[in-house]
Write a new protein. Structure first.
Length: 301
């Protein structure tokens, strides 16, 4: 605990991150929704990937795709899933590398729709999917024009939200595949963002993040406090199976920034009007600050 207090109060003077353009980020959220539900192995998913490739490659980043098969137990068919990985390479060749991850897929069924006839309908995923990707796209703009002193991989994963309730093995498909690619020594740390666009944003520490990587969670929540971002609450409320578990299992210290107090979760009403640029700004500014000060992580003890 001493080292944590010292980090925020007597460490090196923090580097200020460049501005986060929240309106532009919100445009990225809306554009993704305009493509239709980005359900794995659909045309809308492919269109969204083309959009991501164009965005990151226009910023001068190399963009890889990881294509893999998944046998779907619900339809008994083979599906093709695709992760998109954009690499920001800092001018400082010796810089360490961090991983920022969001899922771009949409849930194929709105199981919590009030109208039971809609429960087999795919969701728009404005918050559950598009919000995290939108923040990563805007952070890519930030680092591409203002070198942060670390390499950053922007990892957009497919198939996070595929499983039916209780079928935990059919969630997190893309991140589990990504984590098989010998990532343990590649990243100093990872941060997953998911459901971060709610206009009524309330973000609590997530239980697995706090249990396995408390110091990294402290860093993010202390950063939010130092920036005056009041939607980050300094206590654990939910413990959630999400993509961060794939990275933690692979040995990469990773946390999840997720707002699980979202009344429209897994309903047809997860649409852009429930989200706001301010919510994206809150998380984007915190992440920007963490990125531009990440060279001092982990703190010396
Ligand atoms: Zn979901």
């Amino acid at each position: 605990m001493f080292a944590i207090v010292c980090l925020s109060s007597c460490g090196p003077t923090p580097t200020e991150a460049p501005p986060f353009d929240a309106d532009r980020a919100f445009g990225y959220l809306e554009t993704q929704v305009d493509f239709g539900p980005r359900v794995p192995d659909t045309e809308a998913s492919a269109v969204a990937r083309d959009y991501y490739y164009g965005h990151f490659s226009n910023l001068g980043m190399e963009v890889d795709s990881q294509v893999f098969d998944f046998f779907d137990p619900y339809s008994s068919t083979n599906m093709i899933l695709v992760n998109v990985i954009a690499h920001y390479v800092d001018p400082d060749a010796n810089a360490m590398r961090i991983c920022l991850m969001a899922h771009y897929d949409c849930r194929p069924r709105a199981e919590y729709a009030v109208d039971s006839t809609l429960r087999d309908t795919p969701i728009d995923g404005a918050n559950d999917g598009a919000s995290g990707v939108a923040i990563l796209m805007e952070l890519a703009n930030m680092v591409a024009t203002n070198p942060p002193g670390c390499h950053v991989d922007f990892v957009l994963v497919d198939g996070e939200d595929w499983g039916e309730p209780g079928d935990i093995q059919y969630y997190m498909l893309g991140s589990k595949h990504f984590a098989q690619s010998n990532i343990r020594d590649r990243y100093r740390f990872g941060i997953v963002v998911d459901m971060v666009g709610d206009s009524g944003q309330q973000i609590y520490r997530e239980g697995f993040s706090n249990m396995y990587n408390e110091a990294l969670t402290d860093l993010v929540w202390n950063t939010a406090a130092s920036l005056g971002v009041t939607t980050f609450h300094d206590s654990v409320k939910y413990t959630i199976y999400d993509d961060h578990l794939s990275l933690i299992t692979a040995g990469v210290p990773t946390i999840d920034i997720i707002d699980f107090d979202y009344p429209f979760w897994h309903t047809e009403s997860d649409t852009p009007d429930k989200c706001s640029p301010l919510a994206l700004d809150n998380v984007g500014r915190v992440l920007g600050h963490v990125i531009y000060n990440s060279s001092s992580w982990p703190p010396k003890r």
